[in-house]
Write a protein that binds this ligand. Structure first.
Ligand code: DPP
Ligand code: ZN
Length: 900
């Protein structure tokens, strides 16, 4: 397949100013008439017009109303004899496409009998021939015609201009979008839908209509989405001065969708998973997911739509920035300082669980990639989550106000344009001439061009006589595919010192030091050191003896920190660190170190992983009178098996998924048993009362109670006690909300309790008609801890059910992805059967939906870190897939790079 390179970017040879589309919607054969006004881009040498197409049937092409000559170059429509001057000309193209056969879910497709579109990144070319690239921006007028009884609601971007009835029971609607937009933001929906509506008046005094469209039975599940949308509108105006620019803002839910949601101008299309929520079927995490994705897509209206990307290499320009914005939104919505910190911890957990492995693996790529074969493969956690961390570092360097000045300048300069990551960086820098950024900008921009997670090594030296403390920081970024040599980055490292009494020691530097403490004058508790060299030292004065350094507070940069902290210092910080992120991190480091020791080949598996002091420290957190339940739940949750695996891989240790699983289970059992009385207390003290609320405090309480129940059932599994499993069964049966029901079910399943089967059967009977609740039922089982290899046969058996289908991405993700990606010990089997299953499913999915198949293909990214025999069987499975000659470009690129 051809490699597309960022360096080859050239402006388009033509501009498209306006597009007038008419759709005759029909599942088997939809006719599309595309009338567009184009003009030559006189700034570039004359070239033929080359219009992108994909799986279209072409009927006719007219130039200025007349037949004209054209030719096909593969799927590309080429016109040579066009006006030579700059004057506009009109082109009409008639095509047809087949939505009901569109299992890729790109372009125009059917879901539940309704029509939807997905055009990002290159789906518009599956609707009509076009310059399907984001730097070609046009105004769109869209006429939709369809059977009125079957598709009573007809939607497109912008404002409804006219609608009415046609002959033969058909009707029409005409939509006009006044904002110029790239084709990837185009959308059409036609279906039997109902809407929750809300009129709002924004700060600017303008009135707007917000609508959330769903299928008729789902209206009672749209309240949370609407509240989240109203909150997002208010937040963007208050925090960034960015108002809603449309009379009407629509969100539509579909149950067949490749991604989470899509920010089409004024007509966001969402996976039902991120719209529908009611307490009976949605967990606290689902409620939080709806809020953050509604926020994310809404915030794209400015960061993505008003200012868009020049080319797809700049994807993080909109995605990294918009993830940063949705993270900030969710933090602000969470309220208290402690709830904000919990959100930050959760975001970092996601980054480390997904982005760090990507950055260390064969598909590592920079935040702004240099090349790709299939752009769909680059909607990655590096572009999104690492991109968001890069944006966050501007805020760390510039402060909130400086960051806001940068945003203001970015919009002042680039509103209505298609721009690059460089343009964003330049606006941040130019708006903050007094800050350290302008001098560091070229170096800071290496965050966009260099792949790989930097390793920051810290060395601490205390001089008791002089009362000085010197911290030496060094950075090193390991090589990644295609990038052998790395240059030093600009790394903001926020530093604190926890004194012997548990209080922060004020940090005073000697004069002439780089870096900045937050309020300039008084010595602050946290100092931001800017590491710009390969190695640098920072000295602080008036430091008493016995302090514990607290480094990279708030996770101030997306790096791996290596610091040989003593066990006593770790325990001290777990008890006292004023930075909640680092306090949590101290506990995780302790647990990760214990797990790594226990899981390594030389360890004695009979020995307990945690010692008495460590257990007491965990007990103190659990019983702490001031800490929030949400924080406690995070601090008492063991690192995932995949986190332990990555930690071991980063130290060059072979990854044995079976040993890691056994270690983690042993640690769970140890914590369950040693803290038994405390878990009982935690369960009882965190029961809810009153109606379900998804707020941070209530969710935290449920998280801790759920963890306690799991621990109590684990302990019961060891002792043979029947009381706690009985309680869990009752809860799984009677819970008033899904969070508690799922926690109870999980406790039964994870302890292999005989009641688990009965509880699962009840669950299925209760939710047989609810697709999202059923997805959880499949996922729960795919995540069962393996006992003698029983999970793979279970997964295969579940695939045979009439309510399983590979064609629905949510269902495939619930069962197959959960098994392959979230149950490592069941997946990496000694007999290789898990890997063979993976190969089978990647190939089956690839025939239906390459984009989804390519995601599943990523499950073996880290094969090279595995111990034998897992490593060989994983490679063999990759080779099986790679040997298929009919692979999509998507899967081909993933497996080729994985095999290196
Ligand atoms: N729909 C995806 C997102 O919002 C791609 N833009 O991130
Ligand atoms: Zn996005």
């Amino acid at each position: 397949a051809a490699t597309i390179r960022r360096a080859d970017y050239a402006p388009p040879a033509f501009w498209i100013d306006s597009v007038n589309l008419t759709f005759d919607l029909d599942p088997a054969k939809t006719r599309v008439l595309n009338r567009m006004t184009l003009r030559r881009n006189m700034a570039v040498p004359a070239q033929p017009l080359r219009l992108d197409g994909d799986e279209l049937s072409l009927s006719r092409v007219l130039l200025g109303g007349q037949g004209c000559s054209f030719r096909m170059d593969g799927q590309t429509l080429v016109l040579e004899n066009l006006p030579e001057g700059p004057e506009p000309f009109e082109l009409e193209i008639f095509t047809t496409c087949c939505p009901e056969k569109n299992t890729q879910l790109m372009g125009l497709f059917m879901s539940g009998g309704d029509f939807f579109t997905q055009c990002e990144a290159e789906g518009f070319r599956r609707i009509t021939y076009f310059l399907d690239r984001p730097d070609v921006m046009a105004t769109y007028t869209v006429t939709l015609r369809a059977d009125k009884a079957r598709w009573p609601v007809l939607l497109s971007n912008g404002n409804l201009i006219e609608s009415g009835d046609l002959d033969d029971g058909r009707h029409f609607a005409i939509w006009h979008d006044p904002h110029k937009k790239p084709s990837y933001l185009f959308a059409v929906v036609a279906g039997r839908l109902v809407a929750r509506e809300q009129r709002i008046t924004t700060r600017a005094g303008k009135e707007h209509l917000l609508q959330v469209f769903v299928r008729p039975g789902d209206l009672d599940q749209t309240g949370h989405a609407m509240r989240s949308l109203m909150a997002a509108v208010a937040w963007d105006e208050a925090r960034f001065g960015l108002p809603l620019d449309l009379e009407r803002f629509m969100v539509v839910a579909t149950s067949d969708f490749n991604m989470g949601a899509m920010e089409n101008k004024g007509l966001n299309i969402f996976n039902t998973r991120f719209v529908l929520a009611k307490p009976a079927t949605a967990t606290d995490a689902d409620f939080a997911g709806v809020e953050s994705v509604i926020g994310h897509e809404y915030f794209h209206n400015w960061t993505g739509n008003r200012v868009t990307c020049r080319d797809w290499f700049q994807l993080s320009l909109k995605e990294g920035l918009t993830v940063f914005r949705d993270q900030e939104f969710s933090q602000d919505m969470a309220g208290s300082e402690s709830a904000r910190a919990v959100k930050r911890i959760e975001d970092v957990i996601v980054l480390r669980a997904h982005q760090f492995p990507e950055d260390a693996g064969p598909l590592a790529h920079p935040v702004r990639p240099d090349e790709y074969q299939e752009i769909n493969n680059f909607y990655t956690t590096t572009i999104y989550e690492k991109g968001a961390e890069v944006v966050r570092m501007y805020q760390t360097l510039l402060g909130r106000e400086g960051f806001r000045r940068g945003m203001d300048l970015y919009f002042e300069r680039h509103d209505g344009q298609a721009v690059t990551c460089d343009d964003f960086a330049q606006a941040m820098s130019d708006a903050n001439p007094q800050s350290p950024l302008p001098a560091l900008l070229p170096q800071f921009k290496r965050w966009y061009s260099q792949a790989g997670t930097p390793v920051v090594t810290a060395e601490s030296r205390y001089d008791e006589a002089a009362q000085t403390w010197t911290l030496t920081l060094a950075q090193h970024t390991p090589p990644t595919p295609g990038q052998a040599v790395k240059e030093p980055l600009v790394i903001p490292v926020r530093i604190g010192l926890v004194g012997p009494d548990g209080q922060d020691v004020p940090l005073q530097t000697q004069e002439g030091q780089q870096g900045e403490s937050a309020p300039a004058a008084a010595p602050a508790a946290t100092f931001t050191a800017l590491l710009t060299e390969e190695k640098a030292s920072f000295t602080f004065i008036n430091v008493p003896a016995g302090c514990a350094p607290s480094l990279l507070r708030g996770f101030s940069a997306p790096v791996r920190l290596q610091y040989a902290e003593t066990p006593a210092q770790l325990l001290h910080r777990l008890a006292h660190d004023s930075d909640p992120f680092n306090r949590w991190e101290a506990g995780q480091t302790l647990l990760l170190q214990a797990a790594t020791r226990h899981a390594s080949a030389s360890a004695n598996p009979g020995e307990p992983a945690l010692n008495g002091a460590q257990m007491e420290a965990l007990r103190a957190v659990l019983r702490h009178p001031q800490l929030d339940a949400a924080f406690k739940a995070l601090a008492l949750t063991l690192p995932a098996e995949s986190d332990i695996a990555e930690h071991m891989a980063s130290q060059g240790l072979p990854v044995d998924p079976q040993r890691i699983h056994a270690t983690r289970q042993a640690m769970l059992a140890q914590i369950a048993s040693a803290l038994q009385a405390d878990w009982q207390w935690a369960w009882q003290a965190h029961q809810g009362s009153g109606a379900y609320q998804p707020d941070a405090a209530s969710s935290g309480r449920r998280a801790l109670a759920g963890l306690a129940l799991l621990m109590l059932c684990l302990n019961a599994q060891a002792t043979g006690d029947a009381v706690w499993p009985g309680k869990a069964y009752q809860r799984a049966k009677d819970a008033g909300n899904m969070t508690e029901r799922l926690a109870a079910l999980t406790a039964l399943i994870h302890t292999h309790h005989p009641l688990a089967g009965k509880a699962l059967a009840r669950y299925h009977a209760l939710f047989a008609e609810d697709a999202l609740a059923l997805d959880k039922w499949f996922a729960l089982q795919a995540r069962t801890p393996d006992a003698d290899g029983h999970v793979l046969p279970l997964v295969r058996q579940l695939m045979q059910r009439p309510d399983f289908t590979l064609k629905n991405p949510n269902r495939a993700r619930a069962l197959i992805f959960t098994y392959c990606l979230n149950n490592p010990a069941a997946f990496h089997r000694a007999d290789g059967a898990g890997h063979a299953f993976w190969a089978e499913q990647v190939l089956a999915l690839d025939a239906l939906n390459p984009q989804v198949a390519a995601r599943l293909a990523r499950a073996l990214d880290r094969w090279a870190t595995l111990a034998e025999p897992y490593r060989s069987s994983a490679r063999a499975a990759l080779q099986t897939v790679a040997a298929r000659d009919t692979l999509s470009r998507d899967v081909r690129e993933v497996v080729t790079r994985a095999l290196g």
